[in-house]
Design a protein around this ligand. Structure first.
Ligand SMILES: *Cc1c(COP(=O)(O)O)cnc(C)c1O
Length: 355
């Protein structure tokens, strides 16, 4: 019935343990759709791993993890003096407030946050070549001046969010580290994203007095794909003769075959794939001449049967999809499971079965 993520539990846990053991100070990232597993499950797994802190994406995600993981919660979206950040009001829930580590990316926000909560825990984000959020070197100096007058403020480190690796990050991180050192902030912890193991080792050696804490999501939760499989269920199978109409738009079958109704649609994040093959008119004409189905407007789907990727008969519906299976192909039975290729970070599974 369902779009299912099946997890080989033993294998998955062995991988999680291995990543934790080889990354001292690991901060598991649990955000968004929980990398397909759900935030709740990842929070419980982080508790099982025994880490002291997890990183969440937004203030709105606190409710999903706070009861399932009992350590510190680093919120990676920078604190702002409006919106969801203000809902985490220390006077309402002081115990939760003590567990929150805010990310502060503007000097003005540092002042406002500390005026509201003088003993707030926070990291200062240094701008990187990502250009998403963060302070310049000059702003770090200004932040240090603000902190000099705020004895109760709890600076937990500097955060750097680096782009996905395109060559080495080391020269950039070294430059940023120089700014951190020069600012004279009272911290020796640096929270980093997207550094390779070799880069982490090199930095630990170059800046021996600093502790680098890697924030890892994909490489942790999705790092061993052999532990994961995604399947949809065949819900119905109908014979189609050439010219038979089907679907929301009553299009007609270009040749005989079968219509498969499978679980998984737009609500799960199932989308149209790029058209098959080349898209030039000449290439399409050649495909048409061979009787290729993409030339008649069928688009490749992420569903595959017997290892062959199949075409959508029409764009995916909200919770189900219609596939066209040409005559001659093996026809799965109602109830069979078929493979689906998905982006885990963009898929809402009906169920996650950990075996
Ligand atoms: C999402 C995110 C991460 C984790 O990224 P992965 O590629 O999933 O490991 C780390 N840091 C920040 C700031 C993020 O937003």
């Amino acid at each position: 019935m369902s779009l299912t993520l099946t997890v080989d539990g033993e294998r998955w846990r062995a991988h999680l343990r291995q990543v934790a053991d080889t990354h001292p100070g690991l901060v598991p990232v649990t955000k968004g759709n929980g990398y397909g597993f759900t935030l709740a499950r990842l929070a419980r797994k982080a508790q099982w791993l025994g880490v002291d802190t997890i990183a969440i994406g937004t203030y709105d995600e606190i409710g999903h993890v706070a009861q399932r993981f009992d350590g510190s919660l680093l919120v990676m979206t920078p604190w702002r003096p409006f919106g969801a950040a203000l809902d985490a009001d220390p006077s309402q829930d002081p115990a939760l407030a003590r567990r929150l580590v805010h990310t502060v990316s503007r000097v003005e926000d540092l002042e406002t946050l500390l005026t509201r909560q003088p003993d707030a825990r926070f990291v200062l984000e240094r701008m990187t070549s990502m250009q998403r959020h963060g302070m310049t070197a000059r702003e770090l100096w200004a932040a240090a001046r603000v902190l000099a007058d705020r004895p109760h403020a709890r600076l937990e480190g500097i955060a750097m969010h680096l782009p996905l690796a395109q060559g080495s990050h080391l020269s950039e991180v070294s430059r940023l580290m120089n700014d951190v050192v020069a600012a004279g902030l009272r911290t020796t912890t640096v929270w980093v994203s997207h550094l390779t193991d070799a880069e982490l080792a090199a930095l630990a050696q170059s800046y021996a007095e600093y502790t680098f804490r890697p924030r890892i999501g994909t490489g942790l939760w999705l790092g061993d794909r052999s532990a994961l499989s995604v399947t949809a269920t065949v819900l119905d199978v109908h014979d189609l003769e050439r010219g038979d109409a089907f679907g929301y738009r009553a299009r007609t079958a270009p040749k005989s075959g079968h219509l498969l109704i499978v679980s998984g649609g737009t609500a799960h994040g199932i989308g149209l794939e790029a058209p098959t093959g080349e898209s030039s008119i000449k290439a399409r004409a050649a495909t048409l001449a061979r009787g290729g189905l993409d030339a008649v407007g069928f688009v490749r789907s992420p569903f595959s049967i017997d290892g062959k990727q199949r075409l959508f008969a029409e764009p995916p519906h909200m919770q189900a999809s219609m596939l066209f299976l040409p005559a001659g192909a093996r026809v799965p039975a109602v109830g069979d499971r078929i493979d689906v290729r998905v982006r885990y970070t963009a898929t809402a599974f009906d169920r996650v079965d950990v075996t």
